[in-house]
Design a protein around this ligand. Structure first.
Ligand code: HEM
Length: 430
């Protein structure tokens, strides 16, 4: 497959600029913050594991909540230590993922992410064989990731400089997930644009509705196509998958369930890996010895990725709706409250890691919380890790002397408290 033909590198540059700027993304979502939140998180964690108040209140940041349709009129609590965050993620009986519910009635816009047990267990079980390790690192890599990275690297070969946030980090995840559901080139970006608009934010209700309709139309077209012509792709796999819901005979997934899962995949897998890939590359390039150490010992690529997820997870917080009186980190939390779990603060808990603010390639591995924990722990984490793994190795193979461009502004972390990433990644390739 040629990269040009596949459309990974020729697609509309302006569309990438619009969709893949971390600061603009936060501005559009209304959640941009202009401070480094880590000193605030560290100070709050020192004052206690769990605080009354939404995370932004506790940190003294301007108000915003990604689940504002649910949080209005409720009491917030914020969880900041590793132990308390783990407890909150694992208490999936009293702490509910209904916090994500954003459509009227029971229809689930975000599929398994907004389900509780036993529905969540049954649905996730039906899907997870597409993501477990051998399949993720084998099939996803062979089928899509390797070719996409190869096409993007080939496009960079003729250049001396590049802006890797746009040229690589933005492209690998969106084209991987889109190709997996059958979308190519421009179509992938049209879908991404529609999906981003469908989440609301600054675009307003009209663009939100249009976005939902476009995303829905594209997914349904793909499902109809795969029904007629099954292939080796996610939708064809999902058409074969069976689910065993409580009190129901075993059955295939409905078209609605497949469409919803595709939407969740495109949403969950597109933005997160883009931002995290930028963060890990920045960590490696910002201190030359790290880049050289990993280049010399590729066994360090995996630790480099994991450490970036601990040091700067691109999604610093997730929330839960408390549906029965709970106790987290010794603090009683009444039913009806909302809990903001701060992954970033938990990942820098000094009772678990030495010098937690430092990105340390050689740190002995301890499970971080960057992919969440418990029953909703990221289903696509092996895919995300594979994308970063293949991209970092390819860069090191093709551009061993690569370094941050000294003539460009030094990259920095930016965004909101809900999602963070790198400002840009200008490099000299040779
Ligand atoms: C570095 C990249 C990624 C990060 C940091 C990340 C992080 C997370 C986190 C923290 C959750 C749990 C949210 C919660 O408990 O409320 C989650 C869930 C999920 N992620 Fe990821 N994710 C990444 C990439 C991906 C990719 C590439 C895919 C798809 C291929 C994906 C698919 C999902 C799905 C389907 C869920 C819902 C799981 C469930 O509810 O059972 N993610 N992700």
């Amino acid at each position: 497959m040629s990269g040009q033909a596949a459309g990974f590198v020729t697609a509309d540059e302006a569309a990438y600029d619009e969709l893949y700027d971390v600061r603009t993304e936060a501005m559009h979502s209304g959640n941009y913050i202009d401070v480094d939140p880590y000193p605030l998180m560290n100070a709050a964690r020192e004052r206690g594991a769990v605080h009354k108040g939404f995370l932004r209140e506790v940190l003294g940041l301007p108000p915003f909540h990604r689940s504002r349709q649910v949080t209005e009129g409720r009491q917030g609590y914020s969880v900041l230590t590793f132990a308390a965050a783990e407890q909150a993620f694992r208490d999936n009986v009293r702490l509910s993922n209904r916090i994500y519910h954003m459509t009227p009635g029971d229809a689930k816009f975000l599929g398994i992410l907004e389900m509780d047990e036993p529905e969540h267990f049954a649905q996730r079980k039906a899907l997870q064989s597409l993501f477990i390790k051998p399949r993720a690192v084998g099939k996803w890599r062979d089928r899509w990731i390797n070719d996409i990275v190869k096409a993007i690297i080939a496009n960079l070969e003729g250049s001396d400089r590049a802006e890797l946030n746009m040229a690589l980090c933005a492209r690998v995840p969106v084209h991987t997930i889109s190709a997996a559901v059958g979308l190519r080139g421009e179509e992938a970006l049209t879908y991404r644009r529609a999906l981003v608009a469908s989440m609301g934010g600054k675009f307003g209700p009209e663009r939100q509705r249009e976005g939902m309709i476009t995303a829905e139309r594209i997914t349904r077209e793909q499902i109809a196509l795969r029904r007629k012509q099954p292939g080796d792709d996610i939708i064809s796999w999902l058409l074969e998958a069976e689910v065993e819901m409580v009190d129901e005979p075993r059955r295939h997934l409905t078209e609605d369930e497949i469409a919803t899962f595709c939407r969740l995949l495109l949403l969950a897998g597109g933005g997160t890996t883009w931002r995290q890939m930028g963060i890990v590359l920045f960590a490696l390039l910002d201190e030359r010895e790290r880049w050289e150490a990993v280049k010399a010992d590729r066994g360090l690529v995996e630790p480099a990725i994991q450490e970036s997820m601990r040091w700067n997870p691109n999604n610093p917080m997730f929330s839960r709706l408390v549906v029965a009186d709970a106790e987290i980190g010794g603090v009683a939390i009444p039913a009806g409250s909302v809990v903001d779990i701060c992954l970033s603060a938990a990942n820098r808990d000094p009772s678990r890691w030495d010098n937690p603010d430092v990105y340390d390639l050689h740190r002995p591995f301890k499970q971080h919380i960057g992919f969440g924990m418990g029953v909703h722990m990221c289903l696509g984490r092996n895919v995300a890790e594979s994308e970063m793994f293949v991209a970092i190795n390819a860069l090191m193979d093709h551009f061993p002397a690569m370094r941050l461009d000294p003539d460009q502004p030094r990259p920095f972390l930016t965004g909101g408290l809900e999602q963070r990433g790198i400002s840009s990644l200008p490099v000299l390739l040779r």
